[in-house]
Design a protein around this ligand. Structure first.
Ligand code: ADP
Ligand code: MG
Length: 222
């Protein structure tokens, strides 16, 4: 059961869970605003991780979650100036760019999230412990499986976590770590590409499936 240092040649399955779709307790939800991480240089490794604050009140399940790597879908509400934003960059933020959401309470902190369209991407993430809090508080960081034209700190992000990939491991060197993460990404892509795992709402650059991902793209607080 205890997995310590791995040999990189150990075969790992690329498809996890049945084709029929996610099973309880999944999907698990999480949402927040992308914050600065621990400065571990994940971007330099080619694996940037968008860190989310862990709010025990809105994610009660996380206290007992197994530490390790998970996969699922992330949605991001990128502001219009961002190169990957779905919101037309040619129109100013408050123009009539056919968003028919209610326009009340302009000073509400939800305003940005409700006026900017959420776009769905596949992701792998780790749930662990935050070194800033002497490893007593959970941490969550998400590697989005997409090549972005710019960073997206402060962007609203939602997660539907659909499955567990593996436990945390100790590595003898950086190469073994990067190789394992590369496989995690492959596992996520392949497992998520099945019809019953793919949101009916559509994925950036991908097909539509039958999985209900409405929560990822909903506007407002429904
Ligand atoms: P930090 O320690 O601040 O989290 P990272 O090196 O982990 O720094 O980089 C994370 C940041 O990189 C994210 O907050 C996001 O703005 C940006 N980023 C760019 N591409 C991605 C991606 N594919 N997945 C996650 N974050 C990305
Ligand atoms: Mg990070």
């Amino acid at each position: 059961m205890t997995e310590t240092t791995t040999t990189t040649t150990e075969p790992r399955p690329r498809i996890l869970y049945p084709d029929s779709g996610p099973e309880p307790p999944y999907p698990l939800r999480m949402e927040g605003t992308v914050i600065s991480g621990f400065g571990r240089g994940s971007k330099e490794l080619g694996i940037p991780t968008a860190n989310l604050p862990v709010d025990a009140a809105t994610t009660p399940w996380i206290a007992d979650a197994r530490s390790g790597v998970y996969f699922g879908w992330a949605s991001l509400a990128l502001p219009a100036p961002h190169p990957d934003s779905a919101t037309a960059s040619s129109s100013p933020p408050n123009s009539n760019n056919n968003n028919n959401n209610t326009n009340g309470t302009p000073s509400s902190p939800q305003t940005d999230a409700t006026q900017t369209q959420f776009q769905i991407y596949p992701m792998v993430m780790s749930i662990g412990y935050n070194p800033f809090y002497k490893n007593s508080v959970r941490s969550a960081e998400v590697h989005v499986l997409h090549s972005f034209g710019a960073d997206f700190y402060d962007a609203p992000m939602r997660l539907l976590i659909l499955g567990f990939v593996r436990d945390e491991r100790d590595y003898s060197g950086l190469d073994a770590l990067v190789e394992d993460i590369r496989i995690d990404c492959d596992v996520a892509r392949q497992s998520l590409s099945r019809e019953a795992w793919t949101p009916a709402q559509g994925v950036v650059g991908g097909a539509r499936g039958t999985f209900d991902g409405a929560w990822l793209v909903r506007r407002g607080e429904e």
